[in-house]
Design a protein around this ligand. Structure first.
Ligand code: FUB
Length: 326
């Protein structure tokens, strides 16, 4: 008999999972995480330790139900354009089809974002022949607004190569801006109705402080690093993301899905392990943060486990900071 799920506990323990993107499809909660390999690897700044090869999909009937593994839904060997490193994915539903979005390095070692489709939220997913034209870097998060328009948010520094795309072309020597310069923002592109292609060239999102000044590259407690997520609450768009080197999940708010976004605060304090990566979803009347840490492996950066906890909003729409271990 499978165990019931509990807040701040690993949702599954039979495999390592990370970067959980949670969505409600067909009345159930579906989770689309990375599948960490059970292998020992030394960490480096390029993220070579995250050498994942495939994806599994999970579902829960209610928040305390067992988390069910639907098995392997996509493998790198089945993706014609991809060579390695199947990193943080996401999924969306439109046109009676489930779309699974995933980053991977192409045959030239450049991260691109691919799509695979299925008639079921549990997959399996059939990949497109090539990656999304004009896509680059990592961590796609697809948000469908109430008006039906779909947007992809993406991008990540260091191993995610975002700093190499500042000119719009891939520059292997691209560096982060100087500490007193505006930080690089995540990218956003509206998707065409086919959900397979960008409607426009991806744009950089601006994240500013309460005075309207750009968050600077040296402000590592607040600047964008990777793992964007978009959700909407009470008419506001919430862009949440990881600060990478300082290990926070933070958020910024806007009245526009493309920003500018005003930095508001921390959602999640640092977890065990280097990376922190999350999603936010409303399910059966409550709001939840899905996240990961490395507790299941005793702290190995590349062997993580997905978890969830409830989110609470204040009356002014700000989010209460969560300490994962209290
Ligand atoms: O899981 C591989 C990478 O680690 C993800 O793409 C990042 O967001 C970080 O969690």
């Amino acid at each position: 008999m499978a165990n019931s799920s509990k807040p701040n506990q690993p949702l599954v323990t039979h495999i390592y999972t990370a970067d959980p993107s949670a969505h409600v499809f067909e009345g159930k909660l579906y989770i689309y995480p990375s599948h960490d390999l059970d292998e020992v690897r030394e960490s480096n700044d390029l993220g070579d330790q995250y050498n994942m090869e495939d994806y599994h999909v999970f579902s829960m009937d209610s928040i305390d139900s067992p988390c069910v593994d639907h098995g392997q839904v996509l493998h790198v060997k089945d993706v014609p354009w991809a060579k390695q490193q199947m990193w943080a994915p996401d999924a969306a539903f439109k046109n009676n089809t489930y779309y699974f979005y995933f980053p991977a390095k192409d045959k030239d070692g450049i991260f691109r974002i691919g799509v695979a489709t299925s008639s079921s939220p549990a997959g399996p997913f059939k990949p497109q022949e090539s990656y999304i034209p004009g896509s680059f870097s990592i961590d796609p998060a697809v948000f469908i607004d109430y008006d039906g328009r779909a947007y992809m948010y993406f991008g990540g520094l260091w191993g995610g190569q975002l700093e190499k795309w500042q000119t719009g072309e891939y520059n292997p020597d691209g560096k982060e801006p100087a500490k007193d310069q505006p930080a690089l923002g995540p990218r956003v592109a509206e998707l065409n109705d086919d959900m397979l292609t960008f409607k426009e060239t991806p744009q950089e999102i601006s994240i500013v402080d309460e005075d309207g000044n750009p968050i600077l590259a040296g402000d590592e407690d607040r600047r964008y690093f990777e793992g964007p997520w978009m959700h909407k609450y009470n008419g506001y768009y919430y862009l949440s993301y990881s600060t990478g080197t300082t290990h926070y999940i933070v958020y910024a708010m806007s009245k526009n899905p493309k920003g500018p976004f005003v930095y508001k605060g921390r959602i999640l304090n640092p977890v065990i392990g280097w990376t922190t990566h999350h999603s936010i979803v409303e399910f059966q009347g409550k709001w939840y943060l899905f996240y990961h840490d490395s507790s299941l492996s005793g702290g190995a950066d590349n062997r993580r486990c997905m978890k969830y906890t409830e989110i609470k909003y204040n009356d002014d729409g700000t989010i209460q900071t969560i300490d994962p271990y209290k």
